[in-house]
Design a protein around this ligand. Sequence first.
Ligand code: GLU
Length: 546
Amino acid sequence: MNYEKLAQILFPDIDKEPSYYEEMYPARPLAEGQKVTRFAPSPTGFLHIGGLFAAFVSRLTAADGVFYLRIEDTDKKREVEDGVTGIIEGLRAFGVTFDEGVTGVDSQSGEYGPYQQSKRREIYQTFAKKLVQDGLAYPCFCTAEQLDAIRQKQESEKLNPGYYGEFATCRQLTLEQIEEKINNGETYVLRFRAPNGDKKIILDDLIKGKIEMPENNMDIVLLKSDGIPTYHFAHAVDDHLMRTTHVVRGDEWISSFPVHVQLFKACGFRVPKYAHISPIMKEDDGGKRKLSKRKDPEAAVGYYAEVGYPAQSVTEYLLTIANSNFEEWRKVNADAPQSAFPFTLKKMSQSGALFDLVKLHDVSKNVISRMTAEQVLDGVKEWAKQYDEELYELIAADEKYALGIFTIDRYNAKPRKDIGKWSDARQYVSYFYDKIFERTDALPENIDGEEAKKILNEYLGVYNEQDDKDAWFDTIKAMCEPLGYTPNVKEYKKNPEAFKGHVGDLSAVIRIAVTGRKNTPDLYSIMTLMGVERVKDRINDFMNSL
Ligand code: GLU
C-alpha cells in the first residue's frame, strides 16, 4: 500500500507537517519541578462538584507552574447554551484561576491555543495525516449495520467486542478500493491500526500507583466521519502540543490509558504523567455511591452559592478531602492561607473521597468564625441580596448596626461558630430586628411567669445603659438576694434548698425577655448594641405576654 498516496487522498487540503506545530508550540521553559496541568471540561452541563474538585487539584498541582483551561467541545450535539461561561464563572467563584486558556465564549489567552477543540480541526488532521503516511491509521467505511453484524458474531463466539484483528475488515482494503468508495461518496471514519500483540503495559499513576493492563488491540476511531477527533486522539494531540506535563483527570479514563499510550507513541510524543482522581462519593443507606447529578443537589456547584457557603469554605473542605493531613496542618496553621498548604497528589484518596455536607458545614463554621466582621457582613449581604430580600433590606438600612452584630464575640480566642452558611444568618441576627424577631425559647423550668415578671420589673428599675459590663453584672448580682437568689453559683450548688436559684437564672430570664433565646452571644454586648429603647420594649412586651 502506498501510504503517502492514501494520505494525500484522505487529506488533500492539509499542507502542513507536524513539525510546523512542534515549532509553533515549543517546549515550555519550565524551572525544575514546575508542572503544566489543565482542566479540560466538555461544556455539556452545569459544573459538577467533581469537576470543581478536579480543577482545584490540577491547580494545586501546578501551583507555581502553568494551569490552563481547554474546552473539549467536539460534541456539539451535547453542548448546552452558556456551557463555557458557566464553567469559567463557576470556577472563578471558587477562586480557581487559570494562567492560560479559554477566557470566554470567543476569547482566550496564552501561546498554546486555540484552547477550544472545535477550533483545532486542522491541527488534528495534520497529525492524523502523518499517522496515515506512517501506515498507522486507515479509513473505515463500515456502516452501523456492518459493525452490528461484527458485534453479533463476536457475541455468539464469546469474543471481545470491537473492531480489531480479523474483524477489522477495512484494514485490508486496497488503495483502489478505498478510492472507489470515496468516489462513490461513502463516508468513513479514520481508525488507528493497533498492534495485535498481547503485551502488558503499566500505568504508573501518581494517585493510584502502578496498574498493570493488557495492551490495547482495538482499532479505535481517531477521526469521526465529520473529521472531528475522538477524545482519545484529541487528548494525545492537545496535551502534547500544549505541553502538559501532568494529566489530572477522572479515573473513568484509566481503562483508556492503554490506547492513549499507543497514540502518544505512534505520534512520536512523550507520554505525560497521569494522576487519576477517584470520583467523589456519598454515603447512602449505609453504603457508598458516586455523587449523582440527578439525585444530589450538592453535586452542582451552584448549590453552594444558593445556600450560602462561602467559596473559601468549599475550597477549605475540598482540601480536607484532597489530602487527609490537611486538617492537622490547619490546626497548627490556623491563619495561613490555603495556598500555603503543601498539597501533594500522593496523599489523595485512591478509593474516592467521601463528600459529607455535615462535615462541610463544620469546616465552614470554622472558616466563618475566623473571618472579620466586615467579611461576614459582606458575605451575608451579598447572599441576602439575591436570596433573602427582607434580610438584605434590614441589613442595608443600617450597616453599622449589622456590623456590630457580627462583631459581638468575634475577636477572641474562641470565636462563636453559629454561622456555617450565609443562610444561617437570618436566624442568628433575627432578634436584633423587630421585623423578623420571633421568640423561640421559653423561660427556664424553675421560673414561672409571675416570678419572671418580678425579676424583670426589678431589672427595669435598676437597668442603666451607661453601665460598663462589670457595673452591669454587679447590678444583676445585687438583685439576687432581695429576690431570694444567690449571686454565688458555688454557694447555690452547695445548698440549693436555701435559694430560688442563682444569678445565672436572673440573666437567663433577662436574656429570654430581650432576645427570645436561651443561648446567645454576650448579653451585655447585645443590649448595648440594641439600645435602651429596644431593650425596654422587649422586656415590657415579654412581661405583657406572661
Ligand atoms: N473532556 C473530558 C471530560 O470531561 C476531559 C478528560 C480529561 O481531563 O482528559 O471527561
